[in-house]
Design a protein around this ligand. Sequence first.
Ligand SMILES: Nc1nc2c(ncn2[C@@H]2O[C@H](COP(=O)(O)OP(=O)(O)O)[C@@H](O)[C@H]2O)c(=O)[nH]1
Ligand SMILES: [Mg+2]
Length: 334
Amino acid sequence: MVKNKKCIGCGVVLQDENITQEGYVTSLENNICQRCFRMKNYGEYQVSTKSNDEYIEILKSVGKTNDLVLHIVDLLNIDKDLSIIRQYVPNKMILVLNKRDVLPKSIPDTKIIEYFQQLDLQYEDIIVISVNKNYQIDALLDKIKKLKTSNQVYVVGHTNTGKSSLINKLIQNYSENTSDLTISPLPSTTLNKIEIKLSDQLTLIDTPGLVDRGNLIHYIDSSLLKKISPKKEIKPKTYQLKKNQCLLIGNFARLDYVEGEKNSFTVFTSNDVKVRRVSSKQATLKDLAKITYEIKYHEDLVINGLGWIKVVEKGTVDLYLHRDVESFTRKSLI
Ligand SMILES: Nc1nc2c(ncn2[C@@H]2O[C@H](COP(=O)(O)OP(=O)(O)O)[C@@H](O)[C@H]2O)c(=O)[nH]1
Ligand SMILES: [Mg+2]
C-alpha cells in the first residue's frame, strides 16, 4: 500500500477509513477521492471550507523560493486588494487576468491592462487570457518560458479564478502528459499543492487559493450558482436614474439612488440575473442590510460575486445586500 498517496484531482491525501473526512476512497487503489469523483461525474458539489491560514502558509513557502509565480485573477471578480498575495510572495510574478470571454468584446485588452498597471504592484508582465476560449494561452506560455527562473512555476490567486483550469489547458495543449485537476464553480475545490509536469523543463504547481468569505457564493442556494456565474459575454445594461428611483438586481441586491442629479448606472452581471428599474416606494428587498455610498465621478460599485455597477456622475446611493456579502467602490474598470 502506498502511504500518503494523493488525489490527482484536488491533492488531498487519500484515506479509506472515514467516509466523512476529506480524501475518502473505498480502496486505496483509486487515484481520485470520492468528492472529486462526484464533482467530475455527477456535478455534485460538496463545499469544503479551507481556512486561509493554511493557504497563507503555502504562500509563504512559495515566497521562500526563487521560482516564477503566476497570480491568476478573475476579471469578473477582481480581488478588492491584490496586494495581499504580493505581501507573502515577493517573487518574479506574471499577473494573469482570466475569464476575458465574459467581459464585453468592445473593451480592448490594453484598457484592462492599463487599469492594473496603475496599481503599481511590480508585476514582471500582465496578460489577459481566457482558458475557456483558449485565448492568449500560447502567448502566456511564451512569457512563462521567457521569465521562468527554474523548472518550477507556481500558480496562485483566489479560489475560483481558474488556476486548475489553466493548468489542465496548458497540459492539454502542450504536453504528452495528462492533467485531470478537478474544476468546479465552488470555492476550495483544490485542497493541496499539486505538481504537474509539462515537460522536463517545466513543472506547474497548482495551489488551493484564498477563500473570499465576502463572496455572494457562500450565501446563496447552490441551485442559484449557475445563474450568477456567467458563461457568456456579459451584456451590460444601462439605466438613467433620477433621485428616488431604484434598481433591483435579481433577488440579490437593491440599489437606491437617494441624492444627486440624473445619473447613468450600468450593471455588469450575468445575463441570467434580471435587473429591474422601479420607484423606491414600490421596491422590495428592504429587509437586506443597507450601506450608504457616496459615489465619486466614474466609479464602480462592486458586489463581490455578483458583478458591479458603473456610475458616471457623483451621487449618494443606498445598497441593500446580504449583510455578510462584501461591497466596495473602485475607480471605473471600463
Ligand atoms: N467564463 C470562464 N470561466 C472559466 C474560465 N476559466 C475557468 N472558468 C471557470 O471558473 C470556475 C473555477 O475554475 P477552477 O479551475 O476550479 O478555479 P481554481 O479554484 O482557481 O482552481 C469553474 O467553474 C471554471 O469552469 C474562463 O476562461 N472563462
Ligand atoms: Mg483549483
